[in-house]
Ligand binder design. Structure first.
Ligand code: GDD
Ligand code: MG
Length: 323
């Protein structure tokens, strides 16, 4: 049966993304003016996915007004809200109840930007008659990730989540295909980690778990610097991109993969190097900013010089119910 359904795991707290996530859940942080989640939805749609369930928990109310029923993006979107976060495995089990199709399901971590081919991953899953398949990539330092052992036929023999001395640098890249029978093995309504419980259990039962190894661009948007790096990657060598109605002084200089949000203003002689400027923000004349995040609506004073800073995010704290 064709794989036409997907679940997006978007319920985490995004603690390592603070202060950006004080008022926005991590998957709703924007890359080139569109939430990370929207980039993933469009990738799924291009691979033939027809329905997506967003598995939400932390700040669930932010997703629905943006994505609605998905008709604007041309894909069916529904929501599975966890009152208490169920962990990655519990979230998958819970969200699967909302799917219409009975076929295999693509599951995405909600903080990944990846250029791998979902169609090829589906083809591998099918050709191996897999119960579960995982997108795998190689990294230099595997310690913050799940690592796998794999044999010459791409069958995974072990899965270990975040360890001090990883035996390989081949990691779980956070995009899975699960057959429905494998999802149904996850207990319902319980807190379950897919990485720490489900994968090791499936392997110990002899389930057919395969890896789709890919070397194209992949990034875990796990900290603010990764958001800047991903912006640069998406711009593909262009110095910057602009949202609608952004106004830039002709003497400003914007370089190195920056994004200037809608309705924002960049003053005369300002220099921005790999920065993200939120909607409706302003950067004063002569400011010089390198790898900075400017919150929506924030105002960077004239002549301000900074590197690696955040502007305006903590000022929200007084009215932010999530702190
Ligand atoms: N709905 C829901 N409920 N979603 C959750 C929950 C939950 O209780 N907990 C986490 N998530 C979502 C997060 O929002 C994120 O999109 C995804 O699940 C993974 O959680 P992270 O907190 O980002 O995990 P990680 O980055 O430490 O590690 C994961 O990703 C790595 C690749 O980036 C693991 O899957 C690793 O094995 C993997 O290598
Ligand atoms: Mg993550």
């Amino acid at each position: 049966m064709a794989v036409t359904s997907a679940i997006l795991l978007v319920g985490g707290m995004g603690t390592r993304m603070q202060p950006l996530t004080l008022s926005t859940p991590k998957p709703m942080l924007e890359l080139l003016g569109r939430p990370i989640t929207e980039h993933q939805i469009m990738k799924a749609k291009e691979a033939g996915i027809e329905e997506i369930v967003l598995a939400t928990s932390y700040m669930s109310e932010v997703f629905t007004p943006h994505f609605g029923d998905g008709s604007q993006l041309g894909i069916r979107i529904s929501y599975a809200v966890e009152e208490v976060a169920l962990g990655t495995g519990g979230a998958i089990r819970n969200a699967a109840d909302s799917l219409r199709s009975d076929g295999g399901v693509i599951i995405f971590n909600g903080d990944i930007l990846s250029a791998h081919s979902l169609k090829e991953q589906i083809a591998l899953h099918e050709s191996k008659s897999a119960d579960v398949s995982l997108h795998l990539t190689r990294v230099e330092d595997a310690r913050p990730f799940g690592v796998v052992d794999i044999d010459g036929d791409f069958r995974i023999s072990s899965f270990m989540e975040k360890m001090e001395n990883p035996p390989t640098n081949l990691i779980n890249a956070g995009c899975y295909i699960f057959n429905r029978s494998a999802i149904e093995k996850i207990p319902h309504g319980e807190v379950v980690s897919v990485e720490r419980q489900t994968f090791p259990e499936l392997l110990s039962e002899g389930a057919r778990v395969f890896g789709y190894i890919d070397t194209s661009y992949w990034i875990d948007i796990g900290n603010p610097n990764a958001l800047l790096a991903a912006t640069k990657e998406l711009l593909n060598g262009e110095p910057y991109d602009l949202g609608e109605r952004a106004t830039i002084s002709p003497t400003a200089r914007i370089t190195n993969g920056s994004y200037i949000g809608a309705d924002s203003t960049i003053g005369a002689d300002a220099v921005l190097d790999n920065c993200i400027v939120g909607r409706g923000a302003s950067v004063g004349a002569g400011a010089k900013l390198t790898t900075c995040h400017i919150a929506p609506g924030a105002k960077v004073p004239e002549g301000f010089i900074a590197g690696g800073n955040f502007f305006g995010f903590t000022e929200l704290s007084g009215e932010n119910p999530y702190i």
